[in-house]
Design a protein around this ligand. Structure first.
Ligand code: NAI
Length: 246
């Protein structure tokens, strides 16, 4: 079974659908209610930044003698504010979901993953490697995710659990739309901004959630990626290949 956080929409939803289509049992977790889940996906409502809520989920799995082959730490939130304007509660809100919950959910999942010789896939971001102004709290949280990915790979490798990260560039989801709408007055200029962003990417377009889901599936599947651990796979249409000073 695969447990996928943030499965209500965006990359998490596409990942849940892709895993299910590839024959996996899937349990999606989100703090949002979902009306229409992809076929073959079960759902558990929880806020992953709440340790007790996640502990209740794993209690339920244990009582059910649940097997866990893959954990996808996908749920995330973005904050588009300058460092000087960001207050501590905003910083904590971003970090409690994007970084602390990756630690908590992975820690609680580990006994199950060890039993199944399973894998963890974390969602990083290109902002972990190169960033822009007004997204510092998010960039720092994603930098932490890549460091935590390496640390968990070392500590969990002895238990046969692989840990990797997928590092997306711009992907067409609500999160990207929210990011693009900052400072823009209307939907028309948002669409222009979206087009302009796509044109700056070497492949000439923004990525789709399904393209990220394929990379996640590769790193979760013990047959496809059995000797890969501690790595970060960039899936960004070539954006990071360009020297920013050119
Ligand atoms: P999204 O905003 O469309 O979906 C995120 C989902 O996570 C939502 O369903 C939301 O309810 C859920 N979620 C957020 N906080 C939660 C919490 N505390 N507990 C439970 N569920 C929670 O975002 P998107 O674009 O699908 O992003 C998925 C991951 O990919 C995130 O980690 C994001 O940082 C990362 N990413 C996205 C990029 C993009 O361009 N869309 C680029 C790089 C990374």
């Amino acid at each position: 079974m695969a447990l996928i956080t943030g499965a209500a929409r965006g990359i998490g939803r596409a990942t849940a659908a892709k895993f299910a289509a590839n024959g996996w049992e899937v349990l999606g977790v989100d703090r949002l209610e979902v009306a229409d889940l992809p076929d073959g996906v079960d759902f558990w409502r929880a806020d992953i930044s709440d340790r007790e809520a996640i502990a209740a989920l794993f209690d339920h799995l244990g009582q059910d003698r649940g097997r866990l082959d893959a954990l996808v730490n996908n749920a995330g939130v973005v904050l588009t504010k300058s460092i000087l304007e960001t207050n501590e509660s905003e910083w904590d809100r971003v970090h409690s979901t994007n970084l602390r919950a990756v630690f908590t959910v992975s820690q609680l999942a580990y006994p199950f993953l060890k039993a199944a010789k399973g894998a963890i896939v974390n969602l990083g971001s290109v902002h972990a490697l190169a960033t822009s102004p007004d997204i510092g709290a998010y960039a720092a949280s994603k930098g932490g995710v890549l460091a935590l990915t390496r640390a968990m790979a070392l500590e969990f490798g002895g238990g046969g659990v692989r840990v990797n990260a997928v590092v997306p560039g711009a992907v067409d989801t609500e999160m990207l739309r929210e990011g693009l709408s900052r400072g823009l007055q209307n939907a028309g200029s948002r669409e222009d901004e979206r087009r302009a962003l796509g044109a700056r990417i070497p492949l000439g377009r923004i990525g789709t959630p399904e393209e990220i889901a394929s990379a996640i599936l590769f790193l979760a599947d013990g047959q496809l990626s059995s000797y890969i651990t501690g790595q970060s796979l960039v899936v960004d249409g070539g954006a990071l290949a360009r020297l920013g000073t050119e």
